[in-house]
Design a protein around this ligand. Structure first.
Ligand code: ADP
Length: 345
């Protein structure tokens, strides 16, 4: 290797982002380790075109060779994974000996995904709010017009309006909770919380809802399961999971709520014997606004945000949420949390 080539190769290999040094003719001189992590097929000595099926990138290389200046191209890879890169192709000028090209890659995939999620989220939230709002406006119009002097209709409409307004309030509350938890996601809560105590309290507050649906809550709460946490947030987790099991677990069924130690972790498990959830839905249940059956969720007062809130709270507590279900065999939601360590937290 000529000296300039050795220096250029050493520089490229020390860069912290994916970069490849290529001869004018298109043969790879070196691909640094971030580049190899992204594209394991890159080999020194082989033409770049053999391992990157990216006509736009090859075009940019040709243009850089011709005009001696740098070029940006967006390169979208579809297989094996969908990924998007911003590729900067620049000739290395001012060196003696062979001229080279440097290709620098910036992976935009995660950025794009976040952006798409944000756009979807705003669209979903607006849609969810617009539906009850449209029906409220409709009822107000009717009360001001056709039903103006009909006291029976008025009572009925006011009841329906109340229900729609409560739905909007629930949605706004859930949206605010989500954004609050998101803002503090990086701060692990450290108070000493007795998990059985929190879960027992929530089960009590939900006992009348269970009774209305003839659901029996079966509690098995081990004592002295302490976790570092924020009591209100852990209560929210228990509330969402037990409420879901009551709502979706089938009228007249049983819901099992356990708190236990499992090795070095605390376990909260909520199981029902209801219709369960088909496997294709399981990975998406914790997405905002994802419901297996939108009509059913709405009719039960759901916002589609409960499990997203649970997931965020569990993540903030450095725990894990596991969901198991088979259609016809009920659903099981397990939250595993680190135990409180004396002196640590
Ligand atoms: P929702 O407000 O709709 O209840 P969640 O985020 O709490 O929103 O739950 C998302 C969806 O997951 C629900 O709409 C329902 O389809 C499904 N789900 C949650 N818990 C259960 C369960 N115990 N059994 C069956 N389906 C469930």
């Amino acid at each position: 290797m000529s000296e300039t080539r050795t220096i250029a190769a050493a520089l490229v290999s020390s860069l912290p982002f994916p970069a490849v040094l290529v001869e004018q003719a298109g043969r790879i001189i070196i691909a640094n380790s971030p580049a190899l992590a992204l594209f394991p097929g890159l080999r020194a000595g082989l033409p770049l075109a053999l391992s990157l099926r990216a006509p736009d990138v090859l075009d940019a290389m040709a243009r850089a060779r011709q005009d001696g200046s740098g070029h940006h191209v967006l390169w979208q890879e579809r297989v094996p994974l969908e990924r998007v890169f911003d590729v900067h192709v620049a000739p290395v000028s001012g060196l003696s000996g062979d001229p080279f090209l440097v290709l620098a890659f910036r992976d935009l995939t995660a950025e794009r995904r976040v952006e798409r999620m944000r756009v979807d989220f705003v669209a979903n939230a607006s849609h969810e709010l617009r539906t009850p709002l449209a029906s409220l406006i409709g009822f107000i119009d009717t009360l001001q017009g056709a039903a103006r002097d009909d006291s029976v209709a008025r009572e009925r409409f006011l009841g329906l309006m109340h229900e729609q307004a409560r739905r909007m309030a629930r949605l706004v509350d859930d949206l605010l909770s989500l954004s609050q938890i998101e803002q503090t996601l990086h701060l692990q809560p450290a108070d000493k919380v007795d998990l059985a105590d929190v879960v027992g309290y929530i089960a009590d507050t939900l006992s009348s809802m269970a009774e209305e649906r003839s659901v029996t809550l079966k509690l098995a709460l081990a004592e002295d399961v302490q976790v570092p946490g924020e009591r209100d947030e852990l209560a929210r987790v228990a509330e969402n999971l037990i409420e879901n099991a009551i709502k979706y677990g089938g009228e007249g069924g049983e819901v099992y709520v356990d708190v236990a130690r499992e090795g070095r972790q605390a376990l909260l498990s909520v199981r029902d014997k209801g219709p369960g959830i088909a496997p294709e839905h399981l990975p998406r249940l914790t997405e905002r606004f994802y419901r297996v059956d939108v009509g059913q969720s709405r009719s039960k007062g759901g916002t589609g945000l409960g499990l997203a809130i649970v997931k965020h709270i569990v993540a903030r507590h450095r725990g894990r949420l596991e969901i198991d279900s088979a259609p016809g065999e009920g659903a099981s939601f397990s939250v595993l949390l680190p135990l409180f360590a004396n002196g640590a937290g």
